[in-house]
Design a protein around this ligand. Structure first.
Ligand code: UGY
Ligand code: MN
Length: 247
């Protein structure tokens, strides 16, 4: 949609960012072909991870294989075939994969418009622990658990809650009116994409209206809070770094 007066909800601040879809500009990323790739978040913004939105043409493909980088992918829409850890699997919307650092993961789009959110992080090994394994899953098979006792704010935990993993990816679903129970302020960084619905996100001292398609970066210690508004549940997929030493 054009903006004759230069308006946008996008805001990039020093320690948080909201990226609305109207500002997306594609990048050419080595290893990704037949697709429009938007690098929503990366080190240039101040983050320690990358978040990409990849929209494939039919027959589009992507290969992830960096020695020290782990990759998580979530199928937002369409259908992809994944070649990972010696296996081959068809992944519909809601399907996801974790590809451990140094392993090869290939993604083939089965339909035009197949869209993936990708989170990438430089893997930090845990001394004495085995490296995490690569695997695939589907969010539809993971039950949402009440967040801090609230059945109207449910969390689906997509990656194993094990010390070997240095990243977590979850889906948070809120019934209209449900909120994060308090203003969180924590060392973990977040990358987030709204999957459905709408709400208001507090980031530091600003409150932003947000809706499906919006992406958010929260630097470590960015105070954060959310309320779902409207008549439908709101949900978002988000990344956080976890399980490593403080110093
Ligand atoms: O896992 C989290 O830190 C989560 N409660 N944060 C958030 O949804 N902004
Ligand atoms: Mn948080």
């Amino acid at each position: 949609m054009s903006s004759p007066y230069g308006h946008t909800r996008t805001r990039v601040a020093a320690r948080h960012a909201l990226l609305a879809p109207d500002g997306h500009v594609k990048s050419v990323v080595p290893g990704i072909a037949g697709a429009e790739t938007v690098i929503l978040i990366n080190e240039a913004m101040g983050a320690k991870f990358a978040q990409l939105l990849v929209t494939f043409e039919k027959g589009g493909r992507a290969t992830f294989r960096q020695a020290d980088v782990e990759t998580f992918g979530y199928v937002m829409s369409g259908e992809a075939t994944l070649m990972l850890a010696g296996g081959r699997e068809r992944c519909p919307a809601g399907g996801f994969f974790y590809s451990a650092a140094g392993q090869v993961c290939e993604v083939f789009a089965q339909k035009a418009g197949t869209q993936l959110t990708i989170f990438q992080k430089k893997f930090v090994p845990l001394p004495g622990a085995m490296a995490p394994r690569s695997f695939t899953g589907n969010a539809a098979k993971i039950k949402g658990q009440p967040f801090l006792g609230d059945p109207d704010a449910r969390l689906q935990v997509l990656l194993p809650d094990e010390p070997a993993f240095d990243m977590a990816v979850n889906i948070f679903t809120y019934q209209p009116g449900a909120t994060l129970p308090f203003v969180e302020t924590h060392v973990m960084e977040h990358g987030l994409i709204m999957l459905a619905g709408q709400g208001v996100y507090r980031l530091e001292d600003s409150w932003y209206p947000v809706a499906a398609g919006d992406a958010i970066w929260m630097a470590p210690y960015c105070p954060q809070w959310f309320v779902a508004i409207g008549k439908e549940p709101a949900s978002y997929l988000y990344y956080k770094d976890v399980n490593r030493a403080a110093l």
